[in-house]
Design a protein around this ligand. Sequence first.
Ligand SMILES: [Zn+2]
Ligand SMILES: [Zn+2]
Length: 173
Amino acid sequence: MDNGESIESISLRVIKKIAKIPELQHLPFHDLESIPLGRLRKNATRLHAVCRYKRGVKKSNGVTPSDVRCIDVHPYALIEEWERYAEFLLYHEYLHALGFSNHGREFRNMESLWPDKEVQQMGNEFSKYIRKKSPIWLWVCDTCNIRYPRSRRSNGRYRCRTCKTILKDLKSQ
Ligand SMILES: [Zn+2]
Ligand SMILES: [Zn+2]
C-alpha cells in the first residue's frame, strides 16, 4: 500500500503552499519542517490526523511549532488517491502547530485559505473509505443482546461483561 509519496515530501509541498498564502506570512511556518511526522494506526477510524503537543505545553500560552512533539496522519491518506486530502490534513494540523489550537472561527477562516477548495469536503468520503478498509466488528452477547463495537475479531477469547457468555463476532459493514 506504500505506492504513494512519503509523508515528508507531502509536507514540503504543504509548507511551500503555506508560504504563498498572504494571511499566514507573519507566522513561523518555516519551523514546521522540523516537526516529526508519523502515522496513526491503520485501524484508527475516527481520527484522520492529530497534532500532539509536548508534555506540559499549555495551549493557552500560545503554541509554536517547537511545542509540537509530532503530527500523525492516517496511513490510508498517504496512498496516491488520497494525497490531496493528506495535504489538507497536514495543513489543518500545521495550523494547530502555528498556534490556532482550537477549531474556533479564526481557525476555520485560516483553514478555508487552503487553495484546493474541493478537498476541504473530502473528510466524509475519507471516513467511509477507511471504514470500508477497516471493518468494524461487533462482539455480540446472545444472552444480554449487547453488541460491543471493536476493530478486531474476538475469536472466542472474550466474555460478556455482564453475564460472562463467550462473545460471537459479527461484521458490521
Ligand atoms: Zn484539528
Ligand atoms: Zn451477556
